[in-house]
Structures are given as C-alpha cells and as structure tokens.
Write a new protein. Sequence first.
Length: 136
Amino acid sequence: MFCRNCGNELNDKAIACIKCGADPKKGVAFCSNCGKSTDPNAIICVNCGAGFKSANGECNKILVGLLAIFLGALGIHKFVMGYTKEGVIMLLVTVLTCGYAGIIMGIIGLIEGIIYLTKSDEDFVNTYITNKRGWF
C-alpha cells in the first residue's frame, strides 16, 4: 500500500504514514495501489487501473444500500463494490434456478442493504470498500 497523501510505501495495516503522519487512505494525490501521482478528481488510476473511493462516501453508501434492497437478488450491489465473484454467484443462483432461489438472494440483499445503510460512512468505506476495485 502507498500513502495517498505523499506516495510513501507502507505496510498494508498502517493507520498513519511514517513520512507525512497523515491517514494514508484519506489523501487524493497518489495511488494507494502503485504509488504514482494522480489527479485529485480521478476515479481510477491511469497507471494501474485501481479504483479510488469517492470523496462523498454517503452517496455511495446510499447507492449500494438501495441497489442491495431493490436488486439484491441479482447481486448488482456486489459488482458496484468490486466483489465480482460474489456478484456472479448471486446472479447465477437467481438465473439458474429460474428465480426460485432468487427469493433467498433477495432476502440476503435486503439484509445487506439495511446493514450498509445503518453503518457510518467511515465504517462502510473501511469495512466494504477498502482495497477493492469497485466503481468508486
């Protein structure tokens, strides 16, 4: 992992950069995956393709929560967060059973959506988004 503030390489579990002292996940100047300089408004790194968290975690939390509640059976929310394997599993279970197991997947999506929406923005990002290559 690289510090998003100064680009210094760090241990993956670091909570503060030893070079600049800032939270290594909060900056926007460098890619956390490859350490290259980035445009602060970029949503992906043009060098390695890693996705960046949006500055507005609330919007993303609401988007993912609502997708999970309303389209949970299809696993769309999993794709958005970067959990491709889990999204494919939910989609295939629903499609291959002609929707019968989709009821179970829908209930799982409903529960996940409620969990996402009740978490704080910081907990949501740290628990579900960190180190993923989702759409935000």
